[in-house]
Ligand binder design. Structure first.
Ligand code: AKG
Length: 266
């Protein structure tokens, strides 16, 4: 065991629940540059890096809400693999030490985002499984990391999970029947708000790692502040596409962040 914690205890909890929270994985000095960079991007002080998507909340985009500031307009900044500051989260040795315990030594970054939940918009994420977005396997060698940048509470729409749901199959997903739904925020069919959930209230720097079949989502921000989190998905560099033809072209923004490449893999 080192300063980070006991790997076998991590495994036990992750296998049982499908997620693992490591409190205070990052300190305020580590979070501050990522937070500042987000604000600089959305206020226009720094141009978005190549491939980066700065996504407005649907209620702002459709004129249903007038944002009080540029920051209040944004739902997320996605695909920041070309931003040297934000990508520092993804390559951070403390994050990769935990990812390695679940994914193995050869690790690719497969998706990155900073989720900004402003006040006054709906901003909910229906319960879903991230494996939907990843057409390669094995699923057990894919993992998400999600770090609170600000306190995440039930009041401001913290993450909620259904413990143990990672043991179920990948479900069909659909657009929930909600008036305001951000692009690509699908929900698992047949799983509704009445299913028993665990709310993950987290302090800045607390980090949850979760399995790609874990059902998770988040509620509305009912406070006057923001709820911000930085997140990345990782996969073993040995994962293979379900459809081998999909691997051609190298179009995807995958980056090897530890270890080595594998022939014929993602
Ligand atoms: O940050 C949130 O509110 C939800 C994030 C999420 O659903 C995800 O990371 O897949």
């Amino acid at each position: 065991m080192d300063a980070l914690g006991d790997r076998s205890e991590w495994q036990r909890r992750y296998e049982a629940d499908g997620y693992l929270v490591i409190p205070k994985l990052f300190g305020p000095d580590e979070l501050a540059p990522w937070h500042r960079r987000f604000v600089a991007i959305v206020t226009g002080a720094v141009p978005p890096a190549r491939d980066m998507l700065v996504m407005k909340d649907v209620m702002v985009a459709k004129g249903a809400v007038k944002p009080e500031s540029p920051e209040a307009a944004i739902a997320k900044v996605q695909d920041f693999h070309n931003d040297p500051v934000l990508f520092g989260y993804v390559t951070h040795p403390k994050l990769l030490a935990v990812v390695e315990a679940f994914v193995g030594p050869d690790i690719k970054s497969i998706h990155t985002m900073l989720i900004n939940k402003p006040p006054n918009v709906d901003g909910r994420h229906a319960l879903h499984q991230d494996l939907l977005y990843f057409p390669f396997r094995p699923a057990d060698r894919i993992i998400a990391a999600w770090t609170a940048i600000e306190p995440c509470t039930r009041a401001n729409g913290c993450l909620c999970v259904i413990p143990g749901s990672h043991r179920e199959a990948l479900l069909e997903h659909e657009n929930p029947d909600w008036e305001w739904l951000n692009l690509g925020y699908f929900g698992a069919k047949g799983v509704d708000g009445t299913t028993e959930r665990t709310h993950l209230e987290m302090e800045p720097g607390d980090t949850v790692f979760f399995h790609p079949r874990l059902l998770h989502g988040s509620g509305r921000n009912r406070t006057r502040g923001f709820r911000r989190a930085i997140s990345a998905h990782f996969a073993s560099a040995a994962c293979r596409y379900l459809d081998p033809a999909a691997s051609a072209g190298g179009r995807r923004p995958f980056r090897l962040v530890r270890g080595r490449e594998h022939d014929g893999a993602i």
